[in-house]
Ligand binder design. Structure first.
Ligand code: TYD
Ligand code: MG
Length: 467
């Protein structure tokens, strides 16, 4: 390729701006293009962007210059209850760690169309009913479109104000002028600063915009929600690059074809992570699912082999889900193994344990494992359930439908203990299960629980004998 020619004037003009390369995954900055990012080791993630030197530097300098003040000791800092606002959604409050913290910046990520705008509009409605001033800034939809959505959700009062705007300067000015309690930015990828030449959604724009909202949140004590789209690849910067800038990161996930949605906290400076909130998308917006176990078990087949219920902990909350396995004779040389909702390698490992420790000849069989309901579970506590479902399908023996199984399976075929066994057994009892198979080592912890038969097993073989 021939080297490009520059006219002198062009070179001079270039003095003010410079191009840098950003990794779209982690935001790593480099002066030249690289195939693999040294930061996150992803391939082909670098994009070239023009930055105006000066503006970016200046704004980040302003951000760091806090007003001069004297350092305080911990005892001098007072915490009042008012620092948390309730969103009137128990699910969301729990994920946030007990309510919305004043002056916090929360990122809500998720695939397009999953229901982020709907959730936040509902939150705005509840906060406005508490007489909090709420500003909803949309850069994606027109005011009419928002009104159509709002009509489906319900009545709104005058404490909620809407703004259709994408210019950062205008939004910042509006917020500084009206000083609302809560601001929603939908979405961060549409916001742009005119002084930066790259397109909205690019890494530098997204970072700049987040920086501005961070400053507003902390400076004016406003709680800010920012919506971020997660794209698989392409030119739009994923919100991954902002995860380190914000106080809390919530991911809204779920199968778009299934009606339930899960809000998962993956980072939270004010509470525990791994809490989940379960919602159901209905014709009038998102509804909270108070009893996710019941929801997940609806439609469970009766008298079918290869099906068992397990209990997984999502944060502090136990959730019962059904594991299904199908083991059938393979018509090809290499048997097929497939998993949905759980770790593929883990299932292969469990099948190997069954072959070696129990002598089950599954080498010539296809095996499919599915967690019903489309939820994803990685917890090893469901190992025993997977094993029992596999054997049940292999031997074509029906498992008692009022039985649940819990336990981690080790490579020697031993059943190891799992945490929070009491909460899990109690959840099973609450939903009408009569038998609970648990690791023998945890038997002591559940001896006070009555109303459910608890069986302790120390190896996979013991558990299989129950079938
Ligand atoms: P939306 O909140 O716009 O998703 P996002 O902001 O994450 O892109 O809405 C997602 C979907 O939800 C949309 O396809 C329509 C559907 N929906 C309902 O089923 N019921 C409702 O009451 C509303 C408002 C939306
Ligand atoms: Mg939206």
């Amino acid at each position: 390729m021939a080297a490009p020619f520059y006219v002198v004037g062009e070179v001079m003009a270039k003095g003010k701006t410079s191009t840098v390369f950003f990794c779209q995954e982690c935001g790593y900055e480099s002066s030249k293009w690289m195939g693999q990012c040294p930061g996150c080791h992803q391939w082909n993630t670098f994009v070239e962007e023009t930055v105006v030197s000066g503006t970016q530097g200046k704004s980040s300098m302003q951000r760091n210059s806090s007003p001069a003040g004297k350092p305080l000791t911990l005892t001098e800092i007072s915490l009042d209850e008012e620092d948390r606002l309730t969103t009137h959604s128990t699910e969301l409050d729990r994920v946030l760690g007990g309510g919305l913290v004043r002056g916090s910046l929360t990122l809500v990520g998720g695939d397009p169309g999953i229901g982020k705008s709907t959730l936040l509009l509902q939150v705005c409605r509840m906060l406005a009913q508490d007489k909090r001033e709420v500003l909803y800034v949309s850069g994606e939809e027109s005011l009419k479109q928002i009104k159509i959505r709002a009509n489906r959700i319900g009545e709104f009062n005058e404490h909620l104000k809407l703004l259709c705007e994408t210019s950062l300067g205008t939004i910042e000015e509006t917020i500084r002028r009206s000083k609302p309690d809560v601001v929603v930015i939908d979405s961060i990828q549409t916001m742009y600063n005119e002084n930066i030449s790259s397109a909205p959604g690019s890494v530098s724009q997204v970072r700049e915009a987040t920086g501005v909202f961070l400053q507003l949140a902390k400076g004016l004590n406003i709680s800010v929600f920012i919506v971020g789209h997660v794209t698989k690849e392409g030119t739009v910067a994923g919100p991954r690059v902002l995860e380190h800038m914000v106080d809390a990161v919530l991911y809204f996930e779920g199968d778009r074809h299934a009606s339930y949605r899960i809000l998962r906290g993956v980072k939270n400076r004010f509470g525990s992570t791994n809490e989940i909130g379960v919602f159901e998308m209905a014709s009038d917006g998102l509804r909270e699912v108070e009893n996710p176990s019941e929801f997940m078990l609806s439609g469970k087949p009766e008298q079918a082999s290869g099906s068992i219920v397990v209990c997984s902990m999502e944060g502090t909350r136990p959730m019962l889900v059904e594991i299904q396995a199908l083991v059938c004779h393979s018509s090809f040389g290499i048997p097929r193994r497939q998993t949905t909702g759980t770790d593929f390698n883990r299932v292969n490992l469990l099948i190997a344990v069954l072959e070696k420790r129990l002598g089950l000849q599954m080498g010539g069989c296809d095996a499919y494992v599915n967690i019903a309901g489309g939820i994803r579970i990685q917890e090893p506590a469901i190992d025993l359930g997977i094993v029992m479902a596999l054997v049940s399908s292999f031997k074509n023996k029906i498992i008692d439908e009022k039985m649940i199984a819990l336990g981690e399976v080790g490579l020697s075929g031993e059943v190891r203990g799992v945490g929070m066994i009491q909460a899990r057994v109690q959840e099973a009892r609450k939903l009408g299960f009569t038998t609970c198979v648990i690791p023998k080592v945890t038997m002591d912890a559940v001896k006070d629980i009555s109303g459910i038969k608890v069986i302790g097993v120390s190896s996979v073989a013991d558990a299989i004998d129950l079938l």
